[in-house]
Design a binder for this molecule. Structure first.
Ligand SMILES: [Zn+2]
Length: 383
């Protein structure tokens, strides 16, 4: 039995729903996608390990390895997609559809298509004995909690010298992006009749102090950190939404604020959070309110690989483009934590990801396959 064609593989992956979402009504298992990849990779001679993710029902990572050794290359992608807008697609999001030199489907560029492209690229190389391992890594929940990548860091797997993540970058090598954290602050005061301020503790008044302090902290971060590789070359904090109180003639008893922070590489996420918590504790003491601080989801760390890394240099040469930074987050920081020099480079454009009529342009496929084959030769065959 031979491997299906590239288009057949892409069609099957896209026809297999694997939405991940923090809203339980959308969230699905990625098991069926993992099983498809496992069957094809087994045919190519890879040893496949399917790893269930603790505390995540029916979510799995796949590590498929060909060859042995301590060096080698990981080709990495995520198996999940975002949800889709029903009725806003011109064709069925789960049916790969070709129109005007483009392949449409949910996950075509972000990023099930990458697996089909990668497997098709390496199928003719798989029977040559490798000097160093080639590992295909397929993760769960990249679009939601990144629990798949986090579980890999916990497990210390996989190990290789270099990694390429095939997220859609229009074939531009990406060596860094900012990190993201999203936080929630809840101020609890005491409600009462507005005619006498002594009857309560006003949470809105306290939130005013909290916001002033956060804006002060934001300025301190901006003064302290800068990295001109990024378009916005300082860490940002956005106060995103606020809810509180109910009536003008009642002392406001509760007020909640949500905000995000986008960190630069080199910033210590835990340190940052501790600094905020200390500031909030001081405000709570001064105002006699209770202030709770919660993370909306675990932080995605900033990602940076040295521009002098061999994989960065090699991919700059292969694509004839200099390496850049992007404004979206990937699993890159987690793979770097595993000790791999990681680059993000893939077919298709992020402009088409996460929206109706997602597509991958046909002319992205062959150049990507050339990059993949060259990297496999360089890092697994030592050519
Ligand atoms: Zn993606």
């Amino acid at each position: 039995m031979s491997l299906p064609s590239l288009i057949q593989m892409m069609s099957q992956l896209i026809a297999t729903p694997s939405i991940s979402c923090s809203q339980a009504s959308w969230d699905q298992s990625n098991k069926a996608v993992i099983t498809l990849l496992e069957s094809w990779l087994t045919q190519l001679g890879f040893r496949c390990e399917v790893l269930p993710i603790a505390n995540q029902k029916d979510k799995f990572n796949l590590i498929a390895t060909l060859g042995e050794g301590t060096g080698g290359l990981v080709l990495s992608g995520h198996t999940d997609t975002v949800p889709y807008d029903q009725g806003r697609w011109q064709s069925d999001p789960f049916k790969l559809t070709e129109r005007e030199q483009k392949l449409y489907g949910l996950g075509s560029c972000d990023m099930k298509g990458f697996f089909a492209i990668a497997l098709d690229a390496i199928k003719s190389m798989a029977d040559v004995p490798f000097e160093e391992p080639l590992i295909i890594l397929a993760t769960a929940d990249e679009e939601s909690s990144m629990s798949g990548a986090r579980a890999l860091v916990e497990a210390g797997l996989p190990k290789a010298r270099y990694a390429l993540i095939g997220e859609p970058t229009s074939l531009t090598p990406i060596y860094a992006h900012k990190g993201i954290m999203m936080e929630r602050i809840e101020v609890r005061g005491k409600s009462g009749h507005s005619s006498n301020p002594k009857l309560g503790v006003n949470a809105l008044d306290t939130m005013h102090t909290v916001i002033s302090d956060l804006m002060q902290f934001r300025q301190e971060l901006k003064n302290e950190y800068s990295n001109t590789d990024f378009l916005i070359d300082y860490p940002t904090m956005n106060l995103g939404c606020i809810h509180g109180g109910d009536n003008p003639n009642r002392i406001c008893g509760h007020c909640d604020l949500e905000f995000d922070i986008r960190t630069l590489p080199g910033m210590d996420d835990d340190h940052l959070i501790q600094a905020i918590q200390t500031r909030l504790a001081n405000i709570a003491d001064q105002t006699g309110t209770q202030i709770e601080f919660n993370r909306l989801f675990p932080a995605v760390p900033a990602f940076a690989t040295s521009r002098n890394s061999d994989i960065v240099k090699a991919c700059e040469q292969l694509t004839n483009k200099s390496a850049q930074t992007v404004a979206f987050a990937t699993e890159g920081a987690f793979l770097n934590q595993l000790g791999m020099e990681t680059l993000v480079l893939g077919p298709g454009s992020i402009d088409q990801a996460h929206q109706p009529n997602e597509f991958i342009a046909l002319d992205q496929i062959e150049p990507m396959q050339n990059v993949i084959r060259s990297l496999v030769k360089r890092y697994c065959l030592n050519e």
